[in-house]
Design a protein around this ligand. Structure first.
Ligand SMILES: NC(=O)c1ccc[n+]([C@@H]2O[C@H](COP(=O)([O-])OP(=O)(O)OC[C@H]3O[C@@H](n4cnc5c(N)ncnc54)[C@H](OP(=O)(O)O)[C@@H]3O)[C@@H](O)[C@H]2O)c1
Length: 262
């Protein structure tokens, strides 16, 4: 399928590895000029991006700055992919509501919500001028606040709500806004030796490999496996294209069938 994306421009946040890198690679393969942002610039990102920006996207200044850099590199933004999110596992406690401190809640909201809102607001004039699109990576945890650190699900739920508001407000002017909500995806979050997976394994008193092998059964995944970053990236590319021209304000779950509601 020709997605007709050749010559378009994109800003992808959290693009140094994992899902964001896969999205940057997928868009670049479709002929999109991509600016990728993260705190660390990896060789893989440098290889694929027209420019790579090192920035902390949990701050308003960082978010505004990255949009300025993207605008100066690309001349305008057609596609904004708000992929950055999660949180540094070494700074996250797997505690309940009473034992999670305000600092963790604020950090999670700064990265998963406020940084995304700041990035989006800064990019809006250009996106509107070019009839652009915003795709934000949410999570099934926005509907399933069970696994993972307190504050993450809550911030993602707010992100979904913000995206719907944005779609309602600016859709009539031609802006398309959608979210993608993955279930577990094979990235450092699960596989990294300092990631959430390793942390959950330790909390459950089992080895990391054992934890990873048990995940499909543990999460009741219909397909029997977790997703790949490429499977999320393929959907993002489709949503970025005119092939989905009348898709507005929608949320797409890619979770191998974890969510059991119709
Ligand atoms: N993997 C999953 O199972 C899963 C499931 C559902 C939703 N998601 C969502 O999908 C998105 C990507 O997840 P992932 O699994 O690909 O995560 P990942 O492998 O941990 O990658 C996160 C990316 O964001 C960057 N990043 C993190 N904090 C940053 C900050 N403060 N400022 C700038 N960049 C920052 C990281 O680079 P640096 O560390 O160098 O900054 C990296 O490029 C997140 O929004 C996550 O919540 C993931």
């Amino acid at each position: 399928m020709d997605l007709g994306l050749t010559g378009k421009t994109a800003l992808v946040t959290g693009a140094s590895r994992g899902i964001g890198l896969a999205i940057a690679q997928e868009l670049a393969a479709e002929g999109v000029r991509v600016v990728g942002a993260a705190r660390t610039i990896t060789p893989a990102l440098e290889k694929v991006a027209a420019a790579a920006v090192s920035v902390d996207l949990s701050t308003t200044e960082g978010a505004r700055g990255v949009v300025e850099s993207a605008l100066s590199e690309l001349g305008g933004i057609d596609i904004l992919v708000n992929n950055v999110g999660g949180g540094d596992a070494d700074r996250l406690e797997l505690a309940g509501v009473l034992d999670t401190d305000d600092e963790q809640l604020r950090n999670l909201f700064d990265l998963n919500l406020f940084g995304v809102i700041s990035t989006t607001r800064a990019a809006l004039p250009s996106l509107l001028e070019r009839g652009g699109t915003v795709i934000s990576i949410s999570s099934i945890n926005s509907r399933l606040p069970a696994v993972g650190p307190t504050g993450y699900s809550e911030a993602k739920a707010a992100l979904a709500s913000f995206s719907k508001r944005l779609s309602e407000e600016f859709g009539p002017q031609g802006l398309r806004v959608n979210t993608v909500s993955p279930g577990p995806v094979a990235t450092d979050i699960w596989h990294g030796e300092n990631g959430l997976g390793a942390k959950l394994a330790k909390a459950n008193g089992i080895g990391h490999e054992q934890f990873l092998a048990a995940m499909p059964a543990q999460f009741n995944i219909t397909s029997g496996r977790i997703s790949t970053p490429g499977e999320i990236a393929a959907l993002v590319a489709f949503l970025a294209s005119e092939r989905s021209a009348n898709t507005h304000g929608a949320d797409f779950v890619v979770d191998g069938g974890i969510l059991k509601i119709a």
